[in-house]
Design a protein. Structure first.
Length: 473
C-alpha cells in the first residue's frame, strides 16, 4: 500500500463528501487518488495509469491536459479572472456567445451545409441568444424558467406545465429534478418539486412492439442510426404516450424537455431520430416550446455537433454544458431563439429575466470554451467521432457471445449493454480498474463514453479486455 495514497484517503474520509458515492464504498475501498491526466489517461499518485473510458462524467471530450486549452486558461488567468455579466460584459463572453450562435447557422463549423436542420434558411435568419450558467443543471433551470416566463410575457400564464420522459434525468437542482425525476436518486425530495406531465420513454433495445432489435437502431450500420427494413420497420408506436399527453394538455403545456436520442443517466436508453422528429412536429403544431437537453450528448458525441441534428429538427431552446469547455472548467448555456428573447423586454412592462449565476460566463472558463470550439472545428472532431463510433459499433459485436450480455447498442461514441444484475456490473468495474480502465456502470448497464480523441487501437483493446473479463479470461 502506497503511504502517500493512504495519507490522502485518510484525510479524504475525514472531510470530503463525495457526489453519487456510497459512504460504505468510500470507507472500505482503496479508491484512486488522481493527480494528473494526459490524453485519454488519468494517473494516480502511485503512478498507475488508467484509461478514462467515461470522459470523467462525460465531459472531457478532448482528453486531459490538451496543450491548447491549458494555454488558453493560463493566458486568460493572467489578464482577467472574473467579471460579472450583470449590466456589463467582457470580450471572452462576447466571443463565446457569437461562436455558439454561429453553430446554429446554415453552415456547420467545417463550412459545409447542415442538411439535417429542417429549415436552414430560417435558422440563419433567426439569431440565438446565449444565456450562460455554470453547470448542466443550471442551464436546465434557466431553460425551464425561460420557457415558463415566455408564456407569461405574452399573456398566456395558464401555459405552465412541463412534459418530460419517464426515467428522465436533467440534473440535481429542484427544477431539474422536477423535469427528470428518478426515484432511486430523488425520492426524499418528492414533496418539494413541482408536478410534471410524463410520457412513456422510448427505448429501442427493448421495444415493446418488437419493431426494433438491439442492433437495428444503433448497431451494425453506418452512423449508428441505421433503420431496419421490411415487416419489422419501426413505425414509432411508442410515440402514442407522448402524443396523447400533449394532445390532452396542449392548452396548458409550456414546454417539452428531452435528452435527444439517448437518456444517459437512465441507463443509456437510446431511441430513434424518427421519434424526435415526430415530437418536434407535434410541438410545432400545438405551439409548444421544445427544449433539447444536449448537455451529455452535444459537441460531437453522437457523430454530429448536436444529437438533434440527426433528427433534422429545430429546438426552441438547447442546453449545453460538460464538453462546451472540453470538461476543463464549469460553464454551460441555454441557447434560445431570438423570438423568445424578444418577449423579455422591460418596455412598456417589465419582463426582465431576473435570474443569474455569479460565475456565468466566467472569463477563464469562456477562454477554455473558445479554444475548445476552435479545436472542434479545426480538427473536425464530430467527423472523427462519427468514424470512431462506427468502429466501436463493429468492435462491440465481440461482446455478443459473452455470458449475460444483452442489448448491445451504440450511438456515435456511446456504447452500452446490460448485464444480468448490478452486482455483476460492479464486479466488471473493479476488474477493469485493476486492468487500467475506468468505467462507472449505471446499475446493471455498462457503457463506454470515452474522449472523442481516443485512439482507435485503444477502443479496440478496451472492448477486447472487457470481453475477456466477461468470458472469464
Amino acid at each position: 500500500m502506497n503511504a502517500r495514497s493512504e495519507k490522502y484517503r485518510k484525510i479524504d474520509r475525514k472531510f470530503l463528501w463525495h457526489p453519487y458515492s456510497a459512504r460504505s464504498a468510500i470507507a472500505k475501498n482503496d479508491f484512486p487518488v488522481i493527480v494528473r491526466g494526459r490524453g485519454p489517461y488519468l494517473f494516480d499518485c502511485e503512478g498507475r495509469r488508467c484509461f478514462d473510458a467515461i470522459s470523467s462524467w462525460w465531459c472531457c471530450s478532448l482528453g486531459h491536459n490538451h496543450p491548447r486549452i491549458v494555454r488558453a486558461i493560463r493566458d486568460q488567468a493572467k489578464k482577467l479572472q472574473h467579471s460579472i455579466l450583470g449590466n456589463m460584459s467582457h470580450p471572452g463572453a462576447i466571443e463565446l456567445a457569437e461562436r455558439i450562435a454561429g453553430l446554429f447557422e446554415e453552415c456547420g463549423p467545417a463550412g459545409t451545409p447542415r442538411p439535417a436542420f429542417s429549415k436552414p434558411q430560417a435558422l440563419k435568419k433567426e439569431r440565438r441568444r446565449i444565456f450562460f450558467s455554470s453547470d448542466g443543471a443550471s442551464a436546465v433551470e434557466a431553460a425551464i424558467k425561460i420557457a415558463f416566463q415566455y408564456w407569461h410575457n405574452i399573456g398566456k400564464p395558464k401555459r405552465c406545465r412541463l412534459v418530460s420522459f419517464e426515467n428522465a434525468y436533467h440534473g440535481d437542482t429542484l427544477g431539474a429534478v422536477s423535469a427528470g425525476y428518478l426515484p432511486h436518486f430523488h425520492q426524499p425530495f418528492r414533496k418539494i418539486i413541482f408536478p410534471v406531465l410524463r410520457a412513456a420513454a422510448p427505448f429501442c433495445a427493448e421495444c415493446p412492439f418488437k419493431k426494433v432489435g438491439p442492433h437495428s437502431l444503433c448497431g451494425r450500420g453506418g452512423t449508428g442510426l441505421s433503420r431496419p427494413t421490411g415487416e419489422n420497420s419501426c413505425d414509432c408506436r411508442c410515440f402514442k404516450s407522448m402524443r396523447e399527453t400533449i394532445e390532452k394538455h396542449s392548452d396548458e403545456i409550456a414546454a417539452v424537455i428531452v435528452e435527444p436520442l439517448c437518456q444517459c443517466a437512465a441507463g443509456m436508453r437510446m431511441y430513434s431520430p424518427a421519434y424526435l422528429k415526430k415530437l418536434a412536429e407535434l410541438c410545432r403544431k400545438h405551439k409548444i416550446l421544445l427544449i433539447a437537453d444536449e448537455i451529455a450528448v452535444g459537441f460531437g458525441r453522437t457523430g454530429e455537433m448536436f444529437a438533434f441534428e440527426l433528427a433534422g429538427i429545430d429546438p426552441d431552446i438547447v442546453c449545453v454544458g460538460k464538453a462546451l469547455a472540453g470538461g476543463y472548467l464549469p460553464i454551460s448555456a441555454a441557447i434560445v431563439k431570438e423570438n423568445i428573447y424578444e418577449t423579455f423586454s422591460d418596455v412598456p412592462r417589465d419582463h426582465t429575466f431576473y435570474h443569474g449565476h455569479t460565475f456565468a460566463g466566467n472569463p477563464i472558463a469562456a477562454a477554455a470554451a473558445i479554444e475548445t470550439l476552435k479545436i472542434y472545428k479545426e480538427e473536425k472532431i464530430a467527423a472523427q467521432a462519427k468514424r470512431k463510433g462506427k468502429l466501436m459499433d463493429k468492435f462491440s459485436a465481440r461482446l455478443q457471445s459473452c455470458p449475460g450480455v444483452r442489448n448491445i447498442r451504440c450511438l456515435g461514441m456511446i456504447c452500452a449493454f446490460e448485464l444480468e444484475n448490478a452486482a455483476k456490473a460492479s464486479s466488471l468495474k473493479k476488474k477493469m480498474l485493476e486492468a487500467g480502465v475506468l468505467i462507472r456502470p449505471l446499475g446493471n448497464t455498462v457503457y463506454l463514453m470515452p474522449p472523442l480523441t481516443t485512439p482507435e487501437s485503444l477502443l479496440s483493446e478496451t472492448i477486447n479486455l472487457m470481453g475477456g473479463i466477461l468470458s472469464g479470461g
